[in-house]
Design a protein around this ligand. Structure first.
Ligand code: PRP
Length: 211
């Protein structure tokens, strides 16, 4: 018997692109396009049930098995290191994890570097590798404000178009790692729903257009 696959989709712009890929891959669910506030959508014939979740929560749903598979940014996977399988790079949601600062800022390495970020582990791992002593300031948003107000020397954040940095007189100083959306799977689900999950992975892989 065919088993239903529970899919956690990241709510928002990336989620819409992700759903397009699932639809083209043969896993449509027409109701999802209706503009409503429902969070769960099911297509029994296609064997999928979609949930809209906050992008940063996708990995938690998948790790704990509330969803069998999901799509999460590599930034979230690097930051929280969930116990999941990473099945596929979808080559969408591309951006870079960067160090950025005011244009005139130069790190002479003399003082502890103050780093504002949402991505504490990524920042710590990066500077540890560089042997650079840092003071991490964890923020939840509007990270770009920190160097402007003197709260930090640099930020570690996602840069997509670079517009936010530019409009706030900041510039990228170093690139830490390229980021994109990944198909992930719960480890137990991957074993017990292997046929269905592999079929979804293969169908999505066929939709990938590498730009
Ligand atoms: C991210 C990031 C930057 C912005 C970069 O924020 O934190 O602020 O996008 O994009 P850009 O290079 O195209 O300007 P996001 O919109 O994800 O919201 P957040 O403030 O919740 O992190």
């Amino acid at each position: 018997m065919k088993q239903m696959i529970n899919v956690a989709l990241p709510k928002g712009r990336l989620g819409d692109q992700v759903y397009d890929m699932f639809e083209l891959a043969g896993y449509p669910c027409a109701a999802i396009r209706e503009n409503n506030r429902r969070l769960v959508f099911e297509n029994e014939d296609a064997g999928v049930r979609y949930f809209w979740v906050k992008p940063s929560d996708v990995a938690i749903y998948v790790e704990r098995g509330a969803a069998d598979i999901g799509v999460a940014g590599k930034d979230i996977l690097l930051e929280y290191r969930p116990e999941i399988y990473e099945l596929l790079d979808l080559h969408i949601g591309k951006c870079n994890m960067c160090v950025a600062a005011k244009k005139e800022f130069y790190d002479d390495g003399k003082k502890t570097l103050r780093v504002a970020t949402k991505f504490v582990h990524i920042a710590k791992a990066y500077y540890e590798q560089q042997g650079r002593d840092i003071d991490v300031i964890q923020l939840n948003g509007s990270i770009e404000l920190a160097p402007l107000l003197g709260l930090s020397d640099v930020i570690v954040d996602i840069v997509e178009t670079g517009k936010t940095l530019k409009e706030n007189d900041l510039e990228p100083k170093q690139q830490i790692v390229p980021i994109s959306a990944r198909l992930i799977s719960n480890k137990v689900s991957f074993k017990f729903k292997h046929t269905e999950i592999s079929a979804i992975r293969d169908a999505l892989q066929a939709q990938i257009t590498i730009k």
